[in-house]
Write a protein that binds this ligand. Structure first.
Ligand SMILES: Cc1cc2nc3c(=O)[nH]c(=O)nc-3n(C[C@H](O)[C@H](O)[C@H](O)COP(=O)(O)OP(=O)(O)OC[C@H]3O[C@@H](n4cnc5c(N)ncnc54)[C@H](O)[C@@H]3O)c2cc1C
Length: 315
C-alpha cells in the first residue's frame, strides 16, 4: 500500500510544529512528505518573536517536559552555527520573582538570577534563553528536512483524509478548527512592530499596571516589539492604533525606541486551545492520524518536545 501512495507519512502543516515533526521523523529514517497551504515564510510561525519561555499552556506538566526538551535542542543549535537562527540571549522578565519560577524549570534555565535594580525597575528575573529568529529558522528547518530526504509540497487539503499515506500527522494549527473539525481551537491575535534597532542587545518582557504587556526582542532583522493578545479576533491587517500603542509602551521602558524607524508590521493568529492536542486518532478508513496542534502562544517553545512525542506515537 505504501509504495503506490508515494510516501510513508504525510505531515499536513508547515509551520514550526509541522516542520519540526517532519524533521524528527525523516531523521529517524521515515519517508516523509510535508503538505502546506502556505509557504513556510507566510505561516503564523513566521510571525512569532520568538522567545523560548515556559509559557503556561495545558497540559501544564507535559508542556513543561516538551519545553525543557526543546530548550536542550535550541541550546545545541545556538552552540553550533548562526544558520539555524537560534541564539542564546540575555534578558529580563519583569514582574516576576525568582521564587515564582517553577523549581524544575529554574534549575535548567541558563544563568537564571534576580534582575538587579540597574537592569530593571521593579522585580524581575534575568536569564540567557533561546531567541529564535523565525524568518531564518523556518527555512533552515525546511533545508534540514530536505537533507534528511523529506519533501515539501504546496498542497491545500479540505479534509485530512485527502493526505495519501498510511500515516497522517495533523499540524495545521488554527486550521484544525475546520479540518478536524475542532471548534475548541480559537485565534488569539497578536500584532508586532519591527523597528530599526537603536542599540538594544537584550530582550525584555514587561507588564504595566494596567496589565498591558510590552516586550522587545533584538533580532538580526531589527528590534521586534510587542505585543497584543486579542481573543477570537481574525483580522490579519495591522491596526495602526495598536502599532502606535506597542511603540509607546516599549518606549516607556527604553526611550531610545521612540524615534526608531519602523521596518515592518506583523500580525499572527495564535492557534489556542484549552490544551494542546497531541494524540493518536484514526481516519474514517482506519489509517493512523496523529494530531499535533493547538500550541497557542508557545509553539516555538515546545516544538521539539512535541515533535519527538508525535514520532513516538507513530510507533
Ligand atoms: C505575535 C505572536 C508572537 C508569538 N511569540 C511566540 C514566542 O515568543 N514563543 C513561542 O513559543 N511562541 C510564540 N508564538 C506562538 C507560535 O507562533 C505558535 O504557537 C506556532 O507558530 C504554532 O505553529 P503551528 O506550526 O502549529 O501553526 P502555523 O505556523 O499556523 O502552521 C500551520 C500550517 O498548517 C498549514 N495549513 C493550514 N491549513 C491547511 C490546509 N487546509 N491544507 C494544508 N495545509 C494547511 C499552514 O499553511 C501552515 O503551514 C507567537 C505567536 C504570535 C502570533
Amino acid at each position: 500500500m505504501t509504495g503506490e501512495r508515494g510516501g510513508e507519512i504525510v505531515v499536513v502543516g508547515g509551520g514550526v510544529v509541522g516542520l519540526t515533526t517532519a524533521v524528527v521523523l525523516a531523521e529517524r529514517g521515515r519517508r516523509v512528505r510535508l503538505w502546506t497551504r502556505d509557504p513556510v515564510e507566510a505561516t503564523t510561525s513566521a510571525v512569532a518573536g520568538a522567545l523560548w519561555w515556559p509559557y503556561r499552556i495545558e497540559p501544564i506538566a507535559l508542556a513543561r517536559v516538551w519545553a525543557l526538551r526543546s530548550l536542550e535542542v535550541y541550546e545545541e543549535l545556538a552552540a553550533r552555527s548562526g544558520a539555524s537562527g537560534v541564539r542564546l540571549v540575555e534578558g529580563v522578565l519583569g514582574e516576576t520573582r525568582l521564587d515564582e519560577v517553577d523549581a524544575s524549570l529554574a534549575e535548567r534555565m541558563p544563568e537564571l538570577r534576580a534582575a538587579t535594580a540597574g537592569e530593571y525597575a521593579g522585580s524581575g528575573i534575568r536569564a540567557r534563553l533561546p531567541l529564535i529568529d523565525m524568518p531564518a529558522h523556518l527555512p533552515w528547518l525546511r533545508e534540514r528536512l530536505a537533507a534528511a530526504g523529506g519533501v515539501v509540497e504546496a498542497r491545500t487539503v479540505s479534509g485530512l483524509a485527502e493526505a495519501d499515506a498510511p500515516v497522517v500527522i495533523n499540524c495545521t494549527g488554527l486550521a484544525a478548527r475546520e479540518l478536524v473539525p475542532d471548534p475548541s481551537v480559537r485565534p488569539v491575535r497578536g500584532q508586532l512592530v519591527v523597528v530599526e534597532n537603536p542599540g538594544i542587545d537584550t530582550w525584555l518582557v514587561s507588564t504595566d499596571a494596567a496589565g498591558e504587556h510590552a516586550y522587545m526582542f533584538p533580532q538580526p532583522g531589527g528590534l521586534v516589539l510587542g505585543g497584543t493578545a486579542e481573543e477570537d479576533a481574525w483580522s490579519l491587517e495591522p491596526d495602526p492604533a495598536a502599532a502606535e500603542a506597542i511603540i509607546r509602551r516599549c518606549a516607556a521602558l527604553r526611550p531610545e525606541i521612540a524615534g526608531a524607524r519602523v521596518l515592518e508590521h506583523r500580525v499572527g493568529l495564535r492557534p489556542t486551545r484549552p490544551a494542546v492536542r497531541l494524540e493518536r486518532d484514526t481516519l474514517p478508513d482506519g489509517r493512523l492520524l496523529i494530531h499535533n496542534y493547538g500550541h497557542g502562544g508557545a509553539g516555538v517553545t515546545v516544538a521539539w518536545g512535541c515533535a519527538e512525542e508525535a514520532a513516538r506515537l507513530v510507533g
